[in-house]
Design a protein around this ligand. Structure first.
Ligand code: OAD
Length: 249
């Protein structure tokens, strides 16, 4: 099928969806300048996950791990949402029954205006205390120190980024809500993910099991392409606006 026809059919499927889910990964933020993980030049090529993204690594070298997260947080802060994030936010205004489930921690969906966002892997702008669990949103309150400590009362516990590390469980409430929405949706747009990290990658599979129409946007095939009804090969920032604009072209 011609790309143009595929886009038209995907647009129709999205427009007629009663319950619409958008599942995103690092690729949607690449055009905003936020690096992905598994591509050439991606984060996992330069940094070993076991040195930066596990609780053991944090306990061993909290200063270095914090330094790495501050570096990534600054990248995310400086980045601007791109046309794909805005197109997703626009879809939310067009569909009453809508949800974004994102693996990203960069806050760009929210900054583009999306409100119904399930953060599967946390949010790099937030931190929480290892001792008492107190959460701090650093877009509101800046934590001081190379390894910041809990500002609540006289707790003084060590703060850590509010992100999911390897070997950790996802927030059960967030996961349950995502799985439930996926199992009931009739259309799922999968954007910019390699689809290899579980349990997140189970989300479009559950949608597929409900016979939802699966639309994937990615410049390369992924582990999820086999379940896609429409694989739209290309960059999210270019394809997504075409799926949402009233009069494309
Ligand atoms: P990956 O780095 O594994 O995959 C990024 C995907 O984005 C690839 O399939 C690329 O082909 C695609 N891509 C690149 N440029 C794109 C563009 N302009 N538009 C659309 N797609 C593009 O990132 P994720 O799948 O998000 O987890 O990785 C999943 C999880 O693995 C992350 O959340 C993180 C990581 O370890 C944790 O840290 C827990």
């Amino acid at each position: 099928m011609l790309m143009q026809d595929k886009i038209q059919e995907a647009r129709d499927a999205i427009a007629s969806a009663e319950k619409l889910l958008v599942f995103t990964g690092a690729g949607i933020s690449k055009e905003s300048g936020v690096p992905t993980f598994r591509e050439a030049g991606g984060l996992w090529e330069k940094f070993k996950a076991e040195d930066f993204a596990t609780l053991e690594a944090f306990k061993r070298r909290p200063k270095e791990v914090w330094e790495w997260y501050r570096f990534r947080r600054n990248l995310a802060r400086k980045a601007e949402p791109n046309p794909a994030h805005y197109a997703v936010a626009k879809l939310e205004t067009l569909h009453d029954d809508f949800m974004v489930a994102t693996q990203n921690i960069d806050n760009l969906h929210q900054r583009a205006g999306a409100k119904k966002v399930l953060e599967l892997h946390g949010n790099i702008m937030r931190s929480y205390c290892l001792k008492c669990g107190h959460k701090v949103d650093e877009s509101e309150h800046k934590l001081e120190g190379e390894v910041p400590t809990c500002p609540k009362g006289d707790c003084g516990g060590v703060m850590r980024p509010d992100v999911v590390w390897f070997g950790e469980f996802l927030d059960p409430k967030v996961l349950e809500q995502s799985f439930k929405f996926a199992a009931e949706c009739d259309c799922c747009i999968v954007i910019g993910t390699s689809g290899v990290v579980y349990p997140a990658a189970q989300i479009p599979v559950l949608a597929r099991r409900n016979d939802a129409c699966i639309i994937e946007i990615n410049p390369e095939p992924s582990a999820l392409t086999r379940i896609a009804d429409y694989f739209l090969k290309g960059k999210a920032g270019e394809i997504m606006p075409m799926l949402v604009e009233e009069n494309p072209g």
